[in-house]
Design a protein around this ligand. Structure first.
Ligand SMILES: O=C[C@H](O)COP(=O)(O)O
Length: 258
């Protein structure tokens, strides 16, 4: 089992060539990071659909996993423009981001849609990166309540399987700074308790996303299982810095377990 999970979504920021160059740099960094190579850090990248196959090729042999940024709720059929989770699994994609705040806000994805997509991902062997988080800045307790409700709704009827829950307060996405550590730790601690108690979800983890970058993992320490990065991992050197912090955290966790 990984000790720390670090993911990056490119959203739609990069063109094809820039994404290819970035994936090649990530592959180099992953190959030079022993904790990725030995599986203590689970590293995944989520490029756009046209970039999935080149990304899989770029990171082959480095243990970096490739995630899609979304997937359909159906395996096949007359769903023009959709991408099947079955086909994603067939090409070697291992994870899929679901319920991201931008999908919910811009494309009207409801909790019911996210639940249907989560079930589809799990029945096709994909690990859902299930994005949850409050839309307005509220107390950590209220944030936990609404995020927990989103998790419960997403998995209520889904087949068994591991989840990566990404706690992303909507107000901290695309912001200059991440949510305060004092806020995040209450929510992630509560979500960890929740997922640990869910039947059939062994190995599930809770990561933080929303303007995350170098320095945050060291601050959050044992309050999270990792980070889900966006803009602040566009610079490969910043991702390398986060992986250095993740390595220190993995080492510390191993020390605790030894
Ligand atoms: O998918 C990643 C998150 O939405 C965070 O993005 P951001 O770090 O650019 O705010």
């Amino acid at each position: 089992m990984p000790q720390v999970t670090v993911g990056v979504s490119l959203k739609m920021y990069f063109g094809h060539r820039a994404a290819r160059e970035w994936a090649a740099e990530v592959a180099d960094i992953a190959a030079r990071t022993p904790a990725v190579a030995d599986g203590r850090i689970e590293l995944f990248i989520a490029p756009t659909y046209p970039q999935l196959l080149p990304a899989l090729e770029a990171v082959a042999g480095t243990r970096t996993r490739v995630a899609a940024q979304d997937a359909a709720a159906h395996d096949r059929g007359a769903y023009t423009g959709e991408v099947s989770p079955a086909e994603l699994a067939e090409i070697g994609v291992g994870m899929v981001e679901l319920g991201h705040a931008e999908r919910r806000r811009l494309y009207g994805e409801t909790d019911a849609v996210v639940a249907a997509k989560t079930a589809a991902a799990l029945r096709n062997g994909l690990v859902p990166v299930l994005c949850v988080g409050e839309t307005e800045r509220v107390s950590p307790e209220e944030a936990l309540a609404s995020s927990a409700a989103q998790v419960r709704s997403a998995v209520a009827d889904a087949p068994a399987g591991r989840l990566v829950v990404a706690y992303e307060p909507v107000w901290a996405i695309g912001a200059p700074e991440p949510a305060p550590v004092s806020h995040t730790r209450v929510v992630t601690a509560g979500l960890r308790e929740l997922v640990a108690a869910l039947p059939g979800r062994d190995g599930s983890v809770v990561v933080y996303g929303g303007s995350a970058g170098p320095g945050l993992l060291a601050e959050l320490g044992d309050d999270v299982d990792g980070l889900f990065l966006g803009r602040f991992a566009h610079d490969p050197a910043a991702l390398a810095a986060v992986l250095t912090e993740a390595t220190a955290l993995a080492d510390a966790r191993e020390g605790v377990r030894a």
